[in-house]
Design a protein around this ligand. Structure first.
Ligand code: E4P
Length: 214
């Protein structure tokens, strides 16, 4: 599983990337909402400077030709490592094919079902982002949808990566980590519970006491 940091906060990205556990950063319009529209490209550029790995940047919802132009601009933020997120819709699938023909990698996003993941893969998406937490909030089995979608892609020998997004807690992440071929993007708020445990803290406190006795 490749793990991504779902954040547009430069400090969170700086400290997160130093840990060596992330394969890149995912962003979305919600995460960038506090950045004025005219500064967003520069902000993504700043993220790309801190994160030398993959950057996921989402197009705004508009007519296909405009989204295509925006995607071609976004991809220049970090050529060769920018993946364009495109929300799922008939227009989005069309855009996915257009961008694929120009060798621009696409992540179809806002996916809630295995069949949508299949459609994203069939349209040539490099990745497909499933909103796990939002599925749970709708009373559906978020991790189960990812598991089924991953089985389908494996059965059909499709290479599209599934990115589990909108992850609600560590329990869901632990379940997702058991599914072969699935990546995940986590909010900065999950980083601490991902890395810490009360037992570790107790052990560290003991080690500190022992060190200070020397
Ligand atoms: C991926 O980048 C998604 O946009 C994001 O994980 C959605 O998370 P949310 O459901 O917590 O808004």
């Amino acid at each position: 599983m490749a793990l991504f940091l779902d954040s547009a906060d430069l400090d969170a990205i700086r400290s997160g990337m130093q840990l060596g556990i992330y394969s890149g950063v995912t962003t979305n319009p919600g995460l960038l909402r506090d950045i004025p529209r005219e500064d967003r490209l520069d902000h993504l550029g700043a993220i790309a400077k801190i994160c030398r790995k993959s950057i996921y940047a989402q197009v705004e919802l508009q007519a296909i030709a405009k989204m295509e132009r925006e995607a071609l601009t976004l991809v220049e933020v970090a050529p060769g490592r920018t993946i364009i997120k495109v929300p799922m819709s008939p227009e989005g699938l069309q855009l996915c094919q257009k961008l694929r023909s120009k060798n621009v990698p696409v992540c179809m996003t806002a996916l809630f079902s295995p069949s949508q993941v299949f459609a994203a893969a069939a349209a040539g998406a490099y990745a497909a982002a499933v909103y796990v937490g939002r599925l749970f909030r709708k009373g559906e089995d978020g991790t189960g949808v990812v598991r089924k979608a991953a089985e389908i892609l494996r059965a059909q020998e499709m290479q599209t990566r599934i990115i589990a997004a909108s992850i609600p807690d560590i329990e869901a992440l632990n379940t997702l980590m058991t599914i072969p071929g699935v990546d995940a993007t986590i909010p900065a708020s999950l980083q601490e519970p991902f890395l810490q445990h009360a037992g570790t803290q107790e052990a560290i406190d003991e080690f500190k006491k022992l060190s200070s006795k020397k």
